[in-house]
Design a protein around this ligand. Structure first.
Ligand code: HEC
Ligand code: HEC
Length: 220
């Protein structure tokens, strides 16, 4: 009887602790959504981080650790990237300009919320890509060994700090790969990619980015 009571009590305490943890998660998700909706992210990265404007990156379902790293690198001027010829500013400038609005807590909360958002189907490419180009992209991705970190089709990274890269805007993916290869983007864990991406020429990068852009994470 005594044993039963102790076990029941332990179970109850366990339940209460689990409920507490869940409540904390709920509160964090709510706070993260609040940041996203009120601190301008929505205007550029779209509903739920899944419908970005122009050639901006998709964030829905992205690794929370990766999001935190990137936001800090952008805020601190460590990730600058290339200049947009049409504006004369780095592509990332619009985001740099709003980073004073977010606190460390905001960054963590919004990252956790974004990592939980469902993927959307990628925008169909216009004009529709040539099947030969897609095949070349898939082949290069496999031959160069991208799978060992980003997963079979770029959707399932092998480490929780690595980004998914499928379903991204192809201009964004091309830019990201070129910037990393040419060591314009050296922040965060970029150097992990140097050995692999240096073997890809511009044509292969274009083919890989186009192929990745056709992969629908929402269907997986
Ligand atoms: C004015 C437009 C704009 C706003 C507002 C904006 N971003 Fe961005 N964001 C960008 C652009 C553009 C890039 C990537 C630029 C590049 O390197 O090509 C980016 C990159 C990112 C990245 C890195 C993504 C990756 O795949 O590496 C994250 C994470 C991110 N933004 C989160 C946010 C969050 C959260 C907010 C709100 C607090 C926000 N952004 C507000 C335009 C914006
Ligand atoms: C050893 C692991 C590793 C390998 C191999 C690797 N990557 Fe990456 N990749 C990463 C990491 C880590 C990042 C994030 C870098 C950072 O912290 O900014 C990244 C970033 C990227 C990005 C930018 C993501 C974004 O949202 O900005 C693209 C695109 C990409 N990789 C494509 C590739 C392709 C294509 C290959 C094969 C040619 C490849 N990677 C091989 C680890 C790897």
């Amino acid at each position: 009887m005594q044993l039963f009571k102790t076990t029941a009590l332990a179970a109850l305490i366990g339940l209460a602790a689990a409920a507490g943890a869940e409540a904390a998660d709920e509160a964090q998700l709510k706070a993260g959504k609040g940041v996203y909706m009120t601190k301008t992210c929505l205007a550029c990265h779209g509903r739920g981080g899944a419908q970005p404007v122009l050639s901006y990156p998709m964030l829905a379902g992205q690794s929370a650790d990766y999001i935190i790293d990137q936001m800090e690198a952008i805020r601190d001027g460590e990730r600058i990237g290339t200049v947009d010829e049409t504006t004369g500013h780095p592509f990332v400038q619009g985001m740099v300009d709003i980073m004073h609005l977010v606190t460390e807590d905001d960054i963590e909360n919004v990252a956790v919320w974004l990592s939980e958002q469902p993927a959307a189907a990628p925008k169909p490419l216009d004009p529709a890509p040539d099947p030969d180009l897609l095949a070349a992209g898939e082949k290069a991705f496999k031959q160069l060994g991208c799978r060992s970190c980003h997963g079979d089709d770029g959707s399932k990274p092998t480490n929780k700090k690595y980004p998914f890269i499928s379903g991204m805007n192809p201009e964004y993916a091309t830019r990201a790969m070129t910037e990393i290869r040419d060591k314009v983007r050296t922040s965060g864990q970029s150097k992990l990619m140097w050995g692999t991406i240096k073997k890809a020429d511009d044509e292969e990068i274009h083919a890989i980015a186009t192929w990745l852009a056709t992969i629908d994470r929402s269907a997986q």
